[in-house]
Every structure is written in C-alpha cells, then in structure tokens.
Design a protein. Sequence first.
Length: 77
Amino acid sequence: MGHLADAETATTQALTLLEPGLRRSHAYYSVQLAELQLAQGNTTDARTTAAAIDTTHVGSRAITGRLATVHRTLAAA
C-alpha cells in the first residue's frame, strides 16, 4: 500500500506542474490518480477525481477507456 500512496503523491505533484494547455497529459495523469485512489479503496476521492476529468479534447481511446473502467468500478462499489 505504501507504493500506491507514494505514486498518488507523485501523480498529484505531476498534475500541479503541468501547463494548462497540456489537456491530454492532464487527462492521462488525472485518470492515473483516480485509478490509484481506487486501488487504495478511496472511492470518494476517486469519484471526485474522475468527475473532474475533461476528455472533450482528448482523442486517445486508451485514456477514455481507462476512465470508463474507473467509472464502471465506481458504479459497482
């Protein structure tokens, strides 16, 4: 569990360092953050993180697919 917490901290830090125009990167790391929160059983934060992700300008199926998986997991929780 310690590695997950460290990864969550690093991902949060990465998000704060990204320039606002890097929408795909913001979406990528935000999905990663939600996944890490879920892996630690923190569904409240994962739900908040996932809900805030804007994929409007993200054409990556990998990112949108991972986000869909997060939403399905949260719906089942």
